[in-house]
Design a protein around this ligand. Structure first.
Ligand SMILES: Nc1ncnc2c1ncn2[C@@H]1O[C@H](COP(=O)(O)OP(=O)(O)OP(=O)(O)O)[C@@H](O)[C@H]1O
Ligand SMILES: [Mg+2]
Length: 246
């Protein structure tokens, strides 16, 4: 298996508490991975490390074909290198239409001149339409984003991330606060996205994880406790003990 991201031996402490403890993890270029684990297991901190928000005390984070270290890179540079992250609170421009939000998010040359001479090209229009289709918001393109439902805003945010063409997409609890129908739609967006890129999903909802039909990594106390199919890890005695609080 070729590797897109390889994390090895990473640890980080906050005031002497080891939130991440000698963690190793790898993911291939077009792979879906779910990360589960109890509250405080280190799932969000793990994403903070990959995106450069938190710097580990030890270990390596190696990225891409050229095997560059992400540890010396700024958050902005890591994003430019192809790591996209979805935060829980959508950061869409509420006064703009869905169309304009997607248009603004498109990956392009952002030099001052290119912005000055910017025109809505047909190519961009087509890209926006295909993104809208991917996230199921084609019928909402002319609506103000502020009028969208919670679920629709989350999908728009995913679309805006996809517009950046990330090679790795990190999503932390995407189904939180969603209706069962919205959850299902979110699953299909992510499954589709993972056909052409790596997607890492942190989620507590096991039905949601099951529908992703992917390899699952179980984190506990900042380390990998088990890895494999959902059926495999949920039969693991250590995993059962952790979830039952034993
Ligand atoms: N910036 C920080 N400063 C101090 N402690 C932190 C910081 N970030 C995380 N922690 C601690 O590190 C541990 C892991 O937290 P983290 O948020 O990564 O867990 P999680 O697996 O995402 O949990 P949840 O499922 O509740 O979201 C927790 O004990 C948390 O309190
Ligand atoms: Mg978390």
């Amino acid at each position: 298996m070729s590797t897109l991201l390889e994390v090895s031996g990473v640890s980080v402490s906050f005031d002497g508490f080891k939130a991440i403890n000698n963690l190793s993890f790898r993911i291939g270029p077009a792979e879906m991975r779910a990360i589960i684990g109890p509250n405080g297991a280190g799932k969000t901190t793990f994403m903070d490390i990959i995106t450069g928000k938190t710097r580990p005390d030890e270990g390596r984070v190696i990225w891409g074909e050229k095997s560059v270290s992400l540890l010396n890179m700024s958050e902005a540079k890591i994003a430019q290198a192809g790591v996209g992250r979805k935060f829980q609170r959508p950061t869409v421009f509420e006064d703009q239409t869905v169309f304009d939000n997607l248009l603004l998010a498109l990956k392009k040359d952002r030099s001052p001149l290119s912005v000055l001479f910017y025109r809505r090209s047909n190519e961009d229009r087509e890209k926006v339409h295909s993104l809208a289709e991917e996230i199921g918001l084609t019928s909402q393109l002319e609506r103000k984003s502020g009028e969208l439902s919670h679920g629709q805003k989350q999908w728009l945010e995913i679309g805006m991330l996809l517009a950046q063409e990330p090679m790795l997409l990190l999503v932390d609890e995407p189904a939180a606060g969603m209706t069962p129908e919205e959850r299902e739609h979110t699953t299909s967006i992510l499954v589709q996205a993972a056909k052409t890129r790596a997607v890492v999903v942190v989620e507590h909802d096991m039905e949601f994880v099951r529908r992703l039909e992917c390899r699952v990594t179980v984190l506990h106390e900042g380390s990998v406790l088990a890895e494999g199919s959902l059926d495999h890890v949920t039969k693991n005695q250590d995993v059962i003990d952790v979830y039952l609080g034993r």
